[in-house]
Design a protein around this ligand. Structure first.
Ligand SMILES: Cc1ncc(COP(=O)(O)O)c(C=O)c1O
Length: 426
């Protein structure tokens, strides 16, 4: 059924229309063409929305089926990025290619991949960047190379590196991950120092601190953002002591939009930075790792060792390069629109939306007793093409703000919530 008929049949047509929405190559800054290195490997993990219990049917990859056919796009409050369906993805690539021809690469060398890596070098201020097939490989190889022979790697207990990478650090790289800040998104310099002291003085057989890995924002903590003042202190102390710092910045643009700290500033406190190409940069998979030449150069070899050198990567690279252009402005607009939307939703009886403390693009929605949050999500989706997640165990639905929200008609979306609330009464 096409979107217009769907809206007519559902009665939503009476509302105002709601519009909305590799193998690796390394590039060395200031040395176009010469800094080419191949690398890459692995398989992309599950979409984070699919992995989140309670939201699987409402968010993430399943949304593709609800994409627009010939009408205005629905509003998605369930995504970190645009979440193209295969059809939309192919159409978008075609559009990109017509505007600026996509250039092929050879195992990630040359072409559009190289242009993408150049953009990452400029954005982060690092010396080199390398294309990786997955964030998991980028994290693991960064930690391995930064740590050298030292085996202890300090991480947030809630981090992807600690919880979601299949113990790769332990089983493949002989590292011992030491978890800090259990259940939390950040640790303090004092907490880090205590753990380092313990590892240095209380263990008889010395194995050495290899690296410290920090995730910003933390996926498992509703995208909470490690406070920048603490990062500054930790970075200064680590540099003084010679400990290396890795940043898992899979969603770093989201943190940056809400914290006001630029990507370049975040990157400046770390030795290596990984950013995802598919969470909000539109690609179907892939990652980029940035750092100094001495850290990034050996990666080509290591990626090959892990079977990650992929023949051509231009499809992912061109989509990410295209999305990067103007992304910061679009995210700022999306945030402004979301702020207006949530302020208006808080005036609707029975509805409450609040930001996550130290959070970024995730907001918590709760309905009063007497309303059913699951029904609200279903009505919003089926009658008004507004996609929200169902409540989780704590009673909150997670609303996600992505760049697509920037094209939302705020008044129409508020009207959809107003119309849906009476239908969600129990
Ligand atoms: C914070 C974080 N780091 C790393 C990754 C790994 O990315 P990939 O799926 O490309 O291995 C993810 C994926 O969800 C993530 O959320």
């Amino acid at each position: 059924m096409n979107r217009r008929n769907f809206l007519k049949r559902s009665g939503a047509g009476t509302l105002p229309l709601i519009t909305g929405g590799l193998a690796g190559l390394a590039f060395r800054g200031g040395d176009a063409g010469a800094g080419v290195r191949t690398s890459t490997a692995g398989a992309a993990g599950l979409d984070e929305a699919m992995a989140r219990a309670g939201a699987t049917a409402d968010a993430g990859l399943g949304e593709a089926a609800a994409g627009p056919v010939d009408g205005p796009a629905p509003v998605f409050l369930t995504r970190d990025g645009l979440g193209y369906s295969p059809t939309d993805y192919i159409a978008k690539l075609d559009q990109i290619n017509k505007a600026r021809p996509v250039k092929p690469d050879f195992y990630g060398a040359r072409g559009t991949v190289e242009e993408l890596l150049k953009a990452f070098v400029e954005m982060t201020g690092k010396e080199m960047a390398i294309f990786m097939p997955s964030g998991t490989l980028a994290n693991q190889l960064a930690i391995q190379v930064l740590s050298g022979e030292n085996s202890k790697v300090l991480v947030q207990e809630t981090s992807h590196v600690y919880r979601d990478e299949a113990d790769a650090a332990q089983s493949l790289y002989n590292k011992r991950l030491v978890p800090l800040a259990k259940g939390k998104y950040a640790f303090t310099l004092e907490e880090l120092q205590q753990e380092v002291n313990y590892a240095t003085h209380e263990e008889y057989f010395k194995t050495g601190i290899g690296a410290i890995s920090i995730e910003i924002p933390v996926r498992r903590c509703d995208a909470q953002v490690f406070p920048i003042e603490e990062i500054k202190k930790i970075s200064a102390w680590c540099r003084e002591k010679g400990y290396k710092l890795h940043l898992d910045g899979a969603r770093l643009h989201l943190a940056s939009t809400w914290s006001g700290v630029s990507i370049r500033e975040y990157a400046s406190y770390f030795d290596t930075v990984y950013m995802c190409l598919y969470k909000y940069l539109g690609a179907s998979s892939g990652a980029v790792l940035c750092g100094s030449k001495s850290v990034i150069e050996p990666m080509e070899h290591l990626v090959k060792v892990h079977g990650g050198a992929m023949y051509q990567n231009w499809a992912n690279a061109s989509m990410a390069l295209h999305t990067l252009d103007g992304l910061e402005d679009r995210l700022r607009t999306a945030r402004e629109k979301a702020d207006r939307l949530f302020a208006a939703l808080n005036k609707i009886p029975g509805l409450h939306v609040q930001p996550v403390p130290d959070g970024c693009n995730i907001y918590l929605l709760k309905v009063d007793k007497g309303y059913d949050g699951k029904t609200l999500a279903k009505v919003l989706r089926e009658k008004y093409a507004v996609w929200t997640a169902s409540p989780e165990e704590d009673g909150f639905s997670r609303l996600r703000v992505s760049e697509g929200v920037g094209t939302m008609d705020v008044d129409a979306t508020v009207a959809a919530f107003k119309a849906a609330m009476p239908l969600a009464k129990v």
